[in-house]
Design a protein around this ligand. Structure first.
Ligand SMILES: Cc1cc2nc3c(=O)[nH]c(=O)nc-3n(C[C@H](O)[C@H](O)[C@H](O)COP(=O)(O)OP(=O)(O)OC[C@H]3O[C@@H](n4cnc5c(N)ncnc54)[C@H](O)[C@@H]3O)c2cc1C
Length: 381
C-alpha cells in the first residue's frame, strides 16, 4: 500500500491548515455538555460551515467539498492538530447523514442536510431504552399509524446531547405482531420540542447534563420523517452502526494530536526516573500511529468498494481502550490535581470512561469479532 500523499492531498492539507491557523479560537470554548458551551460549539459549526469545512466529505450541494476518504483523514489530522473544538454536531453528521445518504429520499436530504451542516439543527440519537441497550431489538417504544403519519410513545434513555439538541432520530416498534423482535421496527425522526416530548436531562459523573431521557406521549411524526420503508428500521439501523463504530466516529487524527499533547505533558511533568510511566507515553504514541496505519488500510478497502462490515468492531474496541489508557496516563502524570481541575485532560478522561460502553459495548463487539471475523462458535447468551 502506498502511504505517501498525492499533490492534491498535500494542497488540501495546506489549505485546511491555513484556515484553521487563522480561525481556531485561542481559548477553547466551555464544555459542550453545558448550555453555554453548547451554544459556543454551535457557533463554531456555523463558522466552519461558512468556509465549507464542516462536512468536507459531503457533496457540494449540501455544504461539503465532495472530498474522498483520504482527504477526509488529512482534514481530521489538521483539525485536531490545530486544537480545534470537539464536534457538537457529531450525531447528525456521522450517524444520521450516512443513513440519509444510503436510505433517505432526495427530499429528506435536501431538507435535513444543509441545516445539519451549519449547526442550525443539532441531532440526538434516540435508540436505547431502559430495557433495550445491548439487546436493542427488544425495544418497546411504539410508532402507531395515524392520518398522515405516526404517533410515538415510550421512553428512550442515554440520549447524548439531547438536553440541548433540536431533533432526534430513533427506531420504534410499528408492528408488535411481527414474528421476530427485529422485524416490525420503523426508523423515524422527530422534534425534541414537539408536543408530547418531555426531555429530562441526566447528569454525568461530573454533574454535567451530557444525556437525557426522552418521555414520548403520542408525538406526531409526519410520513415525510420516516426513513426508508416502515418495518425496515432494523436493517437501516444496522447500516448506521457500521458508521458509528467504524472510522468516521474516531479518526486517527484525534489520537495523533492527543498523543502529541501527552508527550508535551511528559516533557513538562514527567519524572525521568519513572520508566513505567515513560513506557505508557511511548505506548500511546505507538498506538496512535498503529491506528493511523490500520485506518489507512480500512479507508483503502472502503474506497475500493468493500463494505465496512464487522471490521468496524475492531476499530471500536481499539479506539475506546486506547483513549482510556491515554487519559489515564495523562492523569497519572498530572497527579491528584489533574482529576480536580476542570481542564481538557479531566474532561477527556470522563468522556473516555464511557468509550467501552457507547456505540455498542466492547463485550458485544468482541462477540461480533469472535463470531463474524474469526468464525468461532456462538457464545452462550
Ligand atoms: C456516554 C454514553 C453515551 C451514550 N449515548 C447514547 C445515545 O446518544 N443514544 C442512545 O440511544 N444510546 C446511547 N448510549 C447507550 C448505549 O448505547 C448503551 O449503554 C449500550 O448499548 C449498553 O446498553 P445498556 O446500558 O442497556 O447495558 P446492558 O445491555 O444492560 O449491558 C450491561 C453489561 O452486560 C454486558 N452484556 C449484555 N449483553 C451481553 C451479551 N450478550 N454478551 C456479553 N456481554 C453482555 C454488556 O457488555 C455490559 O457490560 C450511550 C451510553 C453511554 C455510556
Amino acid at each position: 500500500m502506498d502511504l505517501s500523499y498525492t499533490r492534491t492531498e498535500e494542497a488540501f492539507r495546506a489549505e485546511a491548515r491555513e484556515w484553521l491557523r487563522d480561525h481556531v479560537p485561542a481559548e477553547p470554548p466551555p464544555s459542550l455538555e453545558t448550555a453555554e458551551g453548547f451554544a459556543a460549539h454551535r457557533a463554531w459549526e456555523a463558522e466552519l460551515a461558512a468556509a465549507r469545512w464542516s462536512v468536507v466529505s459531503w457533496p457540494e450541494e449540501y455544504g461539503g467539498r465532495g472530498v474522498d476518504l483520504a482527504r477526509w483523514l488529512v482534514f481530521e489530522e489538521e483539525y485536531w492538530a490545530a486544537g480545534a473544538p470537539g464536534r457538537v454536531s457529531q450525531n447528525g453528521v456521522q450517524l444520521l447523514a450516512p443513513t440519509l445518504f444510503d436510505h433517505g429520499t432526495a427530499e429528506q436530504r435536501a431538507r435535513i442536510l444543509p441545516p445539519m451542516a451549519t449547526g442550525e439543527t443539532i441531532w440526538a440519537q434516540a435508540w436505547s431504552e431502559p430495557e433495550a441497550g445491548s439487546d436493542l431489538a427488544s425495544l418497546t417504544s411504539r410508532a402507531v399509524r395515524t392520518d398522515g403519519g405516526w404517533l410515538l410513545s415510550g421512553l428512550k434513555t442515554w440520549s447524548s446531547r439531547a438536553a440541548f439538541a433540536d431533533r432526534a432520530f430513533g427506531i420504534f416498534r410499528s408492528d408488535p405482531e411481527a414474528d421476530r423482535p427485529h422485524r416490525g421496527l420503523t426508523y423515524l425522526m422527530f422534534d425534541l420540542r414537539a408536543r408530547g416530548v418531555t426531555v429530562r436531562p441526566i447528569g454525568r459523573l461530573d454533574g454535567k447534563p451530557a444525556f437525557a431521557e426522552l418521555f414520548l406521549d403520542e408525538v406526531f411524526v409526519p410520513d415525510e420523517d420516516v426513513i426508508g420503508e416502515p418495518g425496515q428500521g432494523w436493517r437501516i439501523a444496522m447500516s448506521t452502526t457500521g458508521n458509528e463504530r467504524g472510522l468516521m466516529l474516531r479518526s486517527p487524527g484525534r489520537f495523533l494530536a492527543a498523543a502529541d499533547r501527552l508527550v508535551r505533558l511528559w516533557r513538562s511533568e514527567g519524572d525521568p526516573g519513572d520508566p513505567a510511566l515513560r513506557e505508557r507515553v511511548a505506548d500511546a504514541v505507538i498506538g496512535a500511529r498503529a491506528y493511523q496505519l490500520f485506518t489507512a488500510g480500512a479507508a483503502a478497502r472502503l474506497a475500493a468498494g468493500a463494505p465496512s462490515g464487522a471490521e468496524s468492531s475492531l476499530n471500536k474496541v481499539f479506539w475506546s481502550e486506547y483513549d482510556l489508557a491515554l487519559h489515564e496516563t495523562a492523569l497519572d502524570l498530572l497527579g491528584p490535581e489533574g482529576e480536580l481541575a476542570d481542564g481538557a485532560w479531566a474532561e477527556g478522561y470522563v468522556f473516555s470512561l464511557a468509550g467501552p460502553l457507547y456505540a455498542g459495548t466492547n463485550e458485544i463487539q468482541r462477540d461480533i469479532i469472535a463470531e463474524r471475523l474469526l468464525g468461532l462458535p456462538k457464545g452462550r447468551r
